[in-house]
Design a protein around this ligand. Structure first.
Ligand SMILES: Nc1ncnc2c1ncn2[C@@H]1O[C@H](COP(=O)(O)OP(=O)(O)OP(=O)(O)O)[C@@H](O)[C@H]1O
Ligand SMILES: [Mg+2]
Length: 230
């Protein structure tokens, strides 16, 4: 089955395009962090995701500029559609699992909360959970764009209370899930959580699912302070 690709996001170092069930994070040609993010993602996915409140997206492969494709996990076959996409891309790229859009009913409810028209609300894809912020005024200005809506703690709580269609976990569960994931990334994977993002997307089945994304700036932790402690 063929599907069209659409650019869902762009950051300082990359653009993210989705096609079918795969998201492709493509780095600016000279950015070496692509390979580093790939290595971190493999470790964090394997060690931190099972059983956590926030899921880590499974990486599929890393493709260097010269089109050398390295599979993320041994013995996993890379689908032809992914191979074809990577061959056409001239920059380092990580194909990974895609975050589904939040359900349509939730888009409509969130659109009402944001005061946007229904056709604009339909463009919402995912929500960035900025629950450390609580300034709705600055949040509405800093809504990254309509495809990536930034939810402060207040906005999330309002949405959770008002939503008649989707059950959203209480904010306390979101906060403890974030703490759990930062701790797992630290202790199980050996990375800090520099610049990672917590996101609410769809589960592809009418509900929502929570994800942690963006590992291009995480740094390895040297557990030097454990030495000498008896
Ligand atoms: N697997 C994915 N599925 C769907 N959308 C994604 C996926 N990964 C990233 N995105 C979207 O692309 C945006 C940019 O991704 P990401 O934060 O990883 O890029 P970045 O270049 O590292 O950004 P930044 O400059 O903020 O560090 C995200 O906010 C999100 O909307
Ligand atoms: Mg980043």
């Amino acid at each position: 089955m063929s599907s069209t690709s659409s650019q869902i996001g762009s950051g300082s170092y990359s653009t993210v395009t989705v096609k079918g069930s795969v998201a492709y994070k493509t780095f600016t040609r000279d950015f070496v962090g692509g390979k580093r993010e790939f290595e971190a993602l493999k470790v964090i996915y394997t060690r931190c995701s099972p059983g956590a409140v926030f899921f880590v997206l499974k990486p599929i492969a890393f493709c260097e500029q010269d089109n050398d494709i390295e599979a993320a996990f041994e013995n996993e076959v890379i689908r032809p559609a992914v191979g074809t996409y990577l061959e056409d891309t001239k920059s380092p790229t990580i194909p990974m699992e895609r975050i589904s859009d939040i359900p349509d009913a939730l888009k409509a409810e969130l659109g009402e909360l944001l005061g946007v028209k229904p056709d604009e609300a339909a463009k919402i894809r995912i929500c960035l959970l900025g629950i450390g912020r609580n300034d709705a005024e600055s949040a509405s200005k800093s809504t990254v764009n309509l495809t990536n809506v930034l939810l402060t703690a207040d906005m999330y709580t309002k949405l959770a209370v008002q939503s008649k269609t989707i059950h959203l976990p209480p904010i306390e569960q979101i906060a403890s899930g974030i703490g759990e994931m930062v701790s797992r990334i630290h202790w199980k994977a050996g990375y800090d959580a520099n610049d990672i993002k917590f996101v609410m997307g769809g589960n592809g089945n009418g509900g929502i699912k929570l994800y942690v994304i963006d590992f291009n700036l995480v740094r390895t932790i040297i557990f030097f302070y454990l030495e000498g402690i008896h």
